[in-house]
Design a protein around this ligand. Structure first.
Ligand code: FES
Length: 181
């Protein structure tokens, strides 16, 4: 019978360290995958947003015709068709609606043609006045005085089924010959 050998020193088991290292390695990969996915969502959304975006220049109702009696100029608001749900109130675009005799209208962008400040309508003087640098416009949107180089920007409109509709979804710029100067 073979004599029992004295107990040999046991090697430290590497399996515990390896498994812990493996666990943290996998955890690190998992965290990176999650973080990468979270970062990718807005980037992919941005890249594909141009494909999803609705075409500008949609007809948007401003309200029933009886909201704009002849001889008045009133503020109206439409919802920008290319906004996102999280845009909130910034997606509401104000405009001035001038209602004339014979069912004719003019719909002006609220922004001054100088540097874009919102103009206000003054019934007594029948002028649009800009609070920023004193620009003034006549009631037909043409330039009256001050620094604006031209008249107010004007939207296309149409009347359909008793409603006034405006062609919105774009920002009027100097490139668009929309109003009288
Ligand atoms: S922004 Fe209106 S006059 Fe300058």
């Amino acid at each position: 019978m073979k004599p029992k050998s004295p107990s040999t020193p046991t090697k430290p088991c590497a399996c515990e360290g390896t498994s812990r290292r493996g666990f943290f390695f996998k955890l690190g990969i998992g965290i990176n995958v999650v973080a990468g996915s979270l970062l990718a969502v807005p980037i992919i959304g941005y890249v594909f947003s141009s494909f999803r975006r609705q075409a500008p220049g949609q007809w948007i109702p401003l309200g029933a015709l009886d909201q704009f009696p002849a001889g008045t100029t009133r503020l109206a608001t439409y919802r920008n068709p290319i906004t996102r749900p999280w845009d909130g109130k910034t997606g509401d675009i104000p405009c001035w609606v001038r209602s004339m005799e014979g069912g004719k209208f003019q719909v002006f962008a609220i922004n001054c043609a100088h540097l874009g400040c919102p103009v206000r309508w003054f019934e007594q003087s029948r002028l649009f006045l800009c609070p920023c640098h004193g620009g003034a416009y006549y009631e037909d949107g043409s330039r009256a005085s001050g620094p604006p180089p031209r008249g107010l920007f004007e939207y296309e409109y149409k009347v359909e089924e008793g409603k006034l509709l405006v062609k919105g979804g774009f920002i009027p710029t100097l490139a668009q010959p929309l109003s009288k100067s």
